[in-house]
Design a protein around this ligand. Structure first.
Ligand code: GLU
Length: 309
């Protein structure tokens, strides 16, 4: 059994990757996660997902500052995934002891080039290294390849029930638990760390919905409770793509430079959530009073950053 927190009230969380300043889409998702947690009497925790390849030094601190400046508060010190190596390794050891992992020497190119197994869902790992024998493993090591560790999955699909999206069945393949460089992979780290933080409510953007069946399945293998999931619509640019820095001034710092202050950003986000009138000034405390999870807009927020100034 993996490490779990025994907090009776439960907790929600926001788990940014410190890859750059948060933009208005990220801040809106964080605000929703905070509202869902506080509204349901849960604690709200942060986790800095700095195992992400895109992580940059100093960015996490700026993200925390921005969250605080729009009025989001949290309990406890934020967890940093880079401090969690022992727990990540222990979870992999548990799975290995149960015969649920294997070493994989494939490069990305080899995986793409491999024929897919019959009946395997599109994009699933083709199973190349699933049944290597000791000689083959020794040969690969002698070639200087350091293996990733993959889950030996015994299902190809898993179903979760999302509070906004409903029942969702997605692919579960032999996904990576530890990368060849020894770093815990995203799906493993999320599940182990949510368990350790006592997270029983995950509110995040709906671009992550497709990874949720893998994570929920992994949680059950590790004896961890599967959290409640709420995947909220993303903020999109007018072309229908996920909002990004290239769309213009979208971070608090950039918006401040063009004369849009933090209070205006909060008011704009509140309006997009149908929780404030145009230009009404609000605080996160007011929004918490008004919050009704059954009355959220159900589509994405289409935002043209050029309309902001
Ligand atoms: N770190 C991920 C991201 O910023 C979020 C992971 C999660 O919420 O589970 O996209």
């Amino acid at each position: 059994m993996a490490e779990t927190s025994s907090d009776p009230a439960g907790a929600g969380r926001y788990a940014p990757s410190p890859s750059g300043d948060l933009h208005i889409g990220n801040l809106r998702t964080a605000l929703l996660a905070w509202l869902f947690a506080r509204h349901s009497g849960r604690r709200f925790l942060l986790r800095i997902e700095d195992l992400d390849d895109r992580a940059k030094a100093g960015v996490a601190e700026a993200q925390l500052r921005d969250l605080r400046s729009i009025g989001i508060d949290w309990d406890d010190e934020p967890m940093r995934q880079s401090d969690r190596r022992t727990a990540h390794d222990a979870a992999i050891d548990t799975l290995t002891a149960a015969g649920r992992t294997f070493e994989c020497f494939c490069s990305r190119k080899e995986i793409q080039a491999a024929p897919t197994a019959p009946h395997a869902p599109p994009g699933a790992y083709p199973g190349t290294c699933r049944d290597l024998d000791d000689d083959e493993r020794i040969r690969h090591r002698a070639e200087g390849r350091s293996p990733a560790i993959r889950l030996r999955s015994n299902t190809s699909r898993f179903t979760i029930v999302d509070d906004l999206c409903g029942r969702y069945t997605g692919v579960v393949d032999d996904f990576v638990l530890r990368r060849g460089d020894g770093t815990a992979a995203y799906n493993l780290a999320v599940v182990v760390d949510d368990g350790a933080q006592g997270i029983d409510q995950v509110v995040r953007a709906d671009d992550l919905l497709s990874s949720t069946p893998r994570q929920a399945y992994l949680a059950t293998l590790l004896g961890l409770p599967v959290p409640d999931h709420t995947h909220v619509p993303l903020v999109l640019n007018p072309a229908g793509q996920r909002l990004a820095k290239r769309d213009g001034a979208v971070t608090l710092a950039d918006l401040a430079l063009v004369g849009v202050d933090t209070a205006q950003v909060l008011s704009l986000m509140a309006r997009s959530l149908l929780m404030a009138k145009k230009d009404e000034s609000v605080t996160t405390a007011t929004l918490l009073d008004r919050f009704d999870p059954t009355r959220l807009p159900d589509g994405p927020w289409i935002l043209d950053p050029h309309d902001l100034w």
